[in-house]
Ligand binder design. Sequence first.
Ligand code: ISL
Ligand code: CA
Length: 550
Amino acid sequence: MERQWWKEAVVYQIYPRSFCDSNGDGIGDLPGILSKLDYIRSLGVDVIWLCPVYRSPNADNGYDISDYRDIMEEFGTLADFDALLAGAHARGLKIIMDLVVNHTSDEHAWFIESRASKENPKRDYYIWRKGKHGGEPNDWASFFTPSAWQYDAATDEYYLHLFSEKQPDLNWENPAVRGEVYSLMSWWLERGVDGFRMDVISCISKVPGLPSVVEGEPGYRWAGRYFLNGPCVHQYLREMNREVLSHYDCMTVGEAPGAGIEDALRYTDGERSELQMLFLTDLMGVDDGSGGKFDPIPYEPERLKLLVAQYQHGFAEKGWNSLFLGNHDNPRIVSRFGDDGRFRAESGKMLATLLLTLRGTPYLYQGDEIGMTNLPRCGIDGYRDIETLNFYREAKENGADEQQLLDILHRKSRDHARTPMQWNTQKNAGFSSGTPWIDVNPNYDNVNAAAAEVDPNSILRYYRAAIALRRATPALVYGSFEELPQREGAAFAYLRILDGSRVLVALNLTGGQIALELPENFTRGRLLLGNYLRADLPRLRPYEASVWAL
Ligand code: ISL
Ligand code: CA
C-alpha cells in the first residue's frame, strides 16, 4: 500500500456558522476561526475541512452557492479567507474547501440567466424539461421536498432540484458547465487551498431521459437509481482529475450517498485517477427505518460492528476510505452511539478510540472532541434546518402527531450538530457576544473546551492522546484489520498489524458490564491508551476502551 500524506492525516471539520463569532452578530465567521487556530493545532490534527464559506443566500446554510469566487458576507471577505489560510499554513495546517457543484443557488448568475429564456446561452447549464400531462416531467422526489421539480412560469418549463427548490441541479452533460467547475477549482487551488470535500459528488450524472421511477405508481418516488453513481460520473471525475487535480498535491474526498464498497473502489482506486477517498453514508443510516432518517429505529451496536468490518475489509487491497461517526448532517455522536448522560465521558472516549484506530483517514467534527451532545427536547421553534422544517411542515400537513414529530427531531435533526461550539462558561458559551443564530446547548456550563482543557480526564485530553498515538503508530494507519470474533454483540475487538507491529483494540460499545473473548494463550501486551484508570481485560466496564501493543 503506497504511503501518502493524506492517508496519515487527521481532519477536523468546521461548520463556520457555529464555530466562533468574532463580531457579535450571532454568526460564526472567518476571523473567529482564525482566532481558534492554536486550539485546532493543539489537537494534533493536520487538515481543516471548512464547510461552505462562499457567497450564499443560505437556504441550506451555504450549500446553495450564488458566487463561487467570493465569501459569504456574514463570514467575512476574501482578505479574511487569505488571512485564515496563511494562519493555518503558518501552523502546519492545511485547509480543504467544500465544493458544492451538483447544484448552485437559484440566485447564482448562471441560473438567473438560465431561467430568463429558452434561448439564453446559459439555458443548458441546468436541467429544464417540459411538463407532462399538465404535471411534473417525472415522478422524482428530492431529498428535501416531495417533488424534485420546480415550475417556472417565465418559460413554462420545470427545472430539476435534487435538494430544495433554491438549489437547482447543474447539467453536467454540458461541457461548458464542467469547464466552469474546473476553472473555479483551479482558482481556489491557485489561491493556496489544499483540496476539496466534494458535496454529493455521486449525484452529478443523471440517467439520460430522466425516467420515472415506476410510471403511474404514486407514492414511490425515490429515484436514486437514476442519479446515484450515474452513467458518466467516473468519466467526469477522470476529466476533473486530468484538468485540475493532477496538477496539485491536493486532498480529495467525495461525499457519495448511494455508493457501496464496489462503487467506492471505482472512485478511489489510485490507478483510475479519480478521487482519493469517499464519505460512504451507510453507517450514518444505521438507525434509519424503512421510511428513512425520520423513521428511526433503535441503534444496534452489532450493526455498527458489521459495517465497520465490511468497510475495513473492502479497502484492504485497493482504494482508501475515510472514517467518520458524525458530521454537520447528523446527530451528536455521544447522543447517538454512546450515552450523553451518565457515561458521556466514557462513551465519548470510546468513540474517539474507534475513530482513531481504524484504517482510513479520520475526520473529527467540531465539538465532538469535547463531547458535545444533542439539544434537549424542544419545540419546532428551536430548529433552523431546511430539511427539518420541511419534514415537519409536510408531516403536519399529513396529520402527524406533534409530540411524535418532536421526538423524531430530537433524535435525528441535523441541527443537533449545528449548535454553537461551547468554548467556556461565559455568555453563549463564549461563541458570541450577541444573539446566536441557533440556541446554545444549555449544558455548556459543564461541557466546554475551557473546562476540558484543565481536566486531566477530559474527552479533549483523550482525543489529543489518541491522535498522538495514531501518529506514532504506523500500524494504526496502514496496518491490516483483523477482527477477533465475539459472542457478545457489544464487544468489539480487532488487531491492526503492520510488519512486526501488532496493536489490539478492545471496545465495549454499550453501557453494560461485559467480558471480551480473547484467543487462548493470548497475552495482551502493553497498554497504550485507555479510558479507565486500570484496564483489566477481559473485563470491559461501561463503554470501556483500551489499546494495547502486543
Ligand atoms: O443530510 C442528509 C440527510 O439528513 C443527507 O441526505 C444529505 O442531504 C446528503 O448526505 C447530502 O448532504 C450534503 O448535501 C446537501 C447539504 O444539505 C448537506 O449539508 C451536505 O452535507 C445539499 O447540498
Ligand atoms: Ca460574526
